[in-house]
Design a protein around this ligand. Structure first.
Ligand code: CA
Length: 596
């Protein structure tokens, strides 16, 4: 007699019930394996036989603890966790290029009260950390998938920031110099780890997961979309937030364009950092960005019928409308408080137009005009902590001692190592990453996305892009994809996501909404933050769609404490619908808004 299985509510069911319910194969009783024995499982039991289980331990249920931001990743808050089996392991240990040792390291948690489902937690940044495998649901949710009973896996995508980190070769993206590590980062590790995780679930619980979900934001959102395109059989439901599905373009073109534009402005303003590079951080004060934000708000807030601080109709918010308002706050003489230099206005407009080559051809995407570049809002607005997200990516915080935007640090190093072929070695210090970005020539270097060499035979476009509109296999097997994107995302353009969705819709004869829905979050920065309703349970909406065929027309979202309107609720609407005030009742309550 096998160990009794548990249901959602942790009721123990007799094995005969399970047989009659058809939940297990009739010909053989399922065999389960206790947690402690999992560490002895040999690689032969896994699809990839190089799989090594390094440790498996049973953890009692634990209370959560608050985070300590001073400790960075190690100081992340820990949610309450149920009793579970924690497994660490790796796949494909190997010696790579330049004396680097690589492996795909994974982290898995298998709850005792399993809900029968599997949850893959996507990565972030350039990955290289194994993750905590709690199962981040995105949308600032306090619950984690493990707490809901999911078996959760996270992984480092085949390189380790603590190991594969050569300061002379782009630091934490050193793996870009190893052809196999590139492929692992691009797509292979997610396939390998999914197969491993499903096998481990079968070994531990004696049966395969009934449903499988992939959830991620940013790079994790790219991974999510990639799974629906390249490995459509692995997941039933996919949540892709702020997806970097065209990350190579956003990096090589978007980041270079923004940085070169702001560098030109810095030179005009005569501001340089201690490395002698144009000082992007000093090109706009927070007050300057507030002027831009207020100009956009003034131009476009009421386009949705309600001046409420939310630009729901951002699709109608054109550069012409914004330019008129920016002209009103352009200095007639020298720079002073309350106005922007003509060169600052020109730089903002150039950034929002998006990267183009010398022929004027679009290389990535324009950006949606929205208010979330930040700014002090006056009145009852709390300290503008929320305004940091946008400038941290594009230009860095004003008071920094040296250029430190994410674009001019990790972004620049990634452009050289991961998003161009062949990779170019850059030292991580002394302003070298920033100088490398400034040296990019968009006409000359665009070809590096599609380039292949004998040493690097797979192009960046082939291994990293996740912009295919062929989701036919995913659709055919009833897969569901939910995408959520902040309109003020400073690193991946929400307009780009919407254009991809439009292309997908065309390919599907106008019926993409039957299996893919896209939700824009006005004001929201990258994966959260900004003057926005960034708290939402898109995962619950995805599960209802996947398991109960309840397609989400809207997802109710809440504004956080650092917004101008804490506690405000609004519907996020499935594109192309937008939230519209019904004309009566509180504008702080989602119940008084409709999606249309
Ligand atoms: Ca509005």
């Amino acid at each position: 007699m096998p160990a009794p299985l548990r249901t959602f509510s942790n009721q123990i069911l007799p094995f005969t019930f399970l047989l009659t319910a058809g939940m297990v194969a009739a010909q053989s009783a399922p065999s389960t394996m206790p947690c402690a024995d999992l560490a002895k499982v040999a690689g032969q039991r896994f699809p990839n036989q190089t799989t090594i289980i390094a440790s498996a331990q049973l953890n009692a249920a634990s209370e959560g603890k608050p985070g300590n931001p001073a400790l960075g990743f190690a100081g992340a808050p820990v949610p309450p966790l149920p009793e579970h089996c924690e497994v660490l392991g790796r796949i494909n240990d190997r010696e790579g290029m330049y004396g680097q040792h690589y492996a795909i390291k994974f982290h898995m948690r298998l709850p005792a009260a399993w809900n029968g489902k599997f949850f893959f937690e996507g990565g972030g940044g350039s990955n290289g950390v194994v993750g905590n495998a709690f199962g981040n649901l995105q949308g600032q949710q306090r619950n984690v998938a493990l707490g809901l009973g999911y078996a959760v896996v996270s992984q480092d995508s085949g390189h380790d920031n603590a190991v594969n980190n050569d300061a002379e070769r782009n630091g934490t993206v050193t793996h870009g110099f190893d052809p196999q590590a590139r492929l692992d980062h691009g797509y292979n590790s997610y396939d390998q780890v999914t197969q491993m995780a499903k096998a481990l679930i079968r070994i531990h619980y004696g049966r395969a997961p009934e449903r499988s979900y992939f959830v991620g934001c940013s790079e994790g959102g790219r991974e999510a979309m990639m799974m629906s395109q390249r490995f459509p059989d692995h997941f039933d439901g996919i949540l892709a937030c702020a997806p970097g599905f065209e990350l190579p373009k956003s990096a090589l073109f978007g980041e270079v364009w923004t940085t070169q534009t702001l560098a030109g402005l810095a030179v005009k303003m005569g501001v340089y950092d201690k490395d002698g590079t144009p000082f992007l951080n000093k090109t706009f004060t927070d007050e300057d960005l507030a002027l831009v934000s207020n100009a956009v708000l003034g131009a476009c807030d009421a386009l949705d019928g309600l001046a409420d601080g939310v630009i729901d109709n951002f699709r109608a918010c054109t550069t012409d409308l914004v330019a008129q308002k920016l002209a009103e706050v352009t200095c007639k003489g020298p720079k002073r408080d309350g106005c922007l230099l003509p060169a600052q206005v020109a730089a903002i407009e150039r950034i929002y137009a998006g990267p183009k080559n010398s022929k004027g051809e679009e290389l990535y995407s324009d950006w949606a005009w929205d208010r979330g570049m930040g700014g002090k809002l006056g009145g009852a607005a709390p300290p503008d902590a929320y305004n940091v997200g946008w400038r941290v990516w594009k230009m860095g915080v004003y008071d920094a001692p040296v250029n430190n935007s994410i674009t001019t640090s990790l972004g620049a190093l990634s452009v050289g190592a991961v998003f161009t072929t062949p990779p170019t070695a850059t030292r991580v210090t002394g302003g070298a990453p920033m100088k490398a970005l400034l040296a990019v020539d968009l006409d000359r270097d665009a070809a590096k996305l599609d380039a292949e060499t004998p040493a690097y035979p797979v192009s960046v476009t082939s291994y990293f892009m996740a912009n295919s509109t062929d989701l036919s296999r995913f659709k055919a097997r009833q897969g569901k994809l939910v995408i959520v994107h902040g309109v003020s995302d400073p690193i991946f353009s929400a307009n780009d996501t919407i254009r991809w969705y439009e292309r997908l819709n065309q390919v599907n004869q106008g019926h993409a909404a039957e299996f893919v829905r896209t939700f824009a979050v006005p004001g929201m920065n990258h994966c959260g933050g900004g003057p926005s309703t960034d708290q939402f349970d898109a995962f619950a909406a995805l599960v209802n769609w996947t398991e109960k065929s309840q397609a989400p027309d809207k997802i109710v979202a809440t504004a956080g404490a650092a917004t101008p309107w804490p506690g405000r609720t609004r519907p996020l609407c499935a594109y192309p619908a937008q939230a519209r005030y019904t004309g009566s009742g509180s504008i702080e309550d989602a119940a008084n808004f409709a999606c249309r």
